[in-house]
Design a protein around this ligand. Sequence first.
Ligand SMILES: Nc1ncnc2c1ncn2[C@@H]1O[C@H](COP(=O)(O)OP(=O)(O)OP(=O)(O)O)[C@@H](O)[C@H]1O
Ligand SMILES: [Mg+2]
Length: 298
Amino acid sequence: MRNSIAVMNTKGGVGKSTIVLALAETLAAYHGKNVLVIDSDSQASVSSMLMTPASLHQLQNAGLTLVDFLVSTVLNNTLVDWSQFVVRGVSDVDDARSVFLFPSDMQLTLFEREVSRESLHARLRASIRRLLNDVRPIFDVVLIDCPPGLSVLTESWLREADFHISPTKPDYVSSCGLEVFRRFKALNPEMGFAENLGVLINMKDRSSLVDDEYHRWLQENPDNRCFSQFVPRVNALQNAARFSTIERSYQAKYPGEAGQTVRGFTEEVLARLAAANVHPREAPSAAADETEAAPVRR
Ligand SMILES: Nc1ncnc2c1ncn2[C@@H]1O[C@H](COP(=O)(O)OP(=O)(O)OP(=O)(O)O)[C@@H](O)[C@H]1O
Ligand SMILES: [Mg+2]
């Protein structure tokens, strides 16, 4: 089953971590899926959305994060059991007990520097490949929260994961982030790359004509494979980032429109995953070159 998804946009602040969180909790609470969230961002955003700061610090101090796994497998070239780094039962949603987390740590940046300094890119990629091969059959869905930009670690995820989803705001700069990403994907096709599962329009302001225009423009490019469900800018999703020490229901965390749109998006993700596991890989579309320029420029 091809079920690993890197959530990625080279632009920061478009909602990557928020969408990973909401997708993981919806898959668990509404669809009974076992979901592994791999936090590949040194900011550890999604880790702190899924557990208390005290629990996260404890894991970081105990050497039980993605950094420690990667230092062992890549810098020290030793085999370690990935499962000891995975935390079960994270999330503050009472119905989402099947979300698992591979937490992150600030030291990730230093690790990446060592990989570049010692030219260990191939070993890094092999470690990521082994990890994904190990977790694919155990979890229903594997979500990788990538940082903005294109680091050596992000490149490894993108070349080894089965799919990528790119959240974007419907604005000029975020769309440029998608374009940079697309160009990056087109380089070195022989090295392999995740398949585009879709672009998600996030934080759309319903009353903004400019947002509408960008939304349409992004939708018109078939290479984007925009999800038909967009996610509006709503307070509930902003608040979802704050981990609650008291468990809450899914409805309390994702009320009204927040829940409806996130569930609509999740259903599309599941449908596309199912279809992609039946049909062969997408053929690159010729439409990319014919795409019109963005409606609003700087
Ligand atoms: N649909 C939404 N409605 C309202 N606020 C949102 C929504 N999506 C994300 N946010 C808020 O936008 C901010 C950025 O979101 P988030 O941290 O998920 O982005 P990111 O792309 O992961 O950022 P980074 O590139 O730094 O990793 C956060 O404050 C988050 O709460
Ligand atoms: Mg993030």
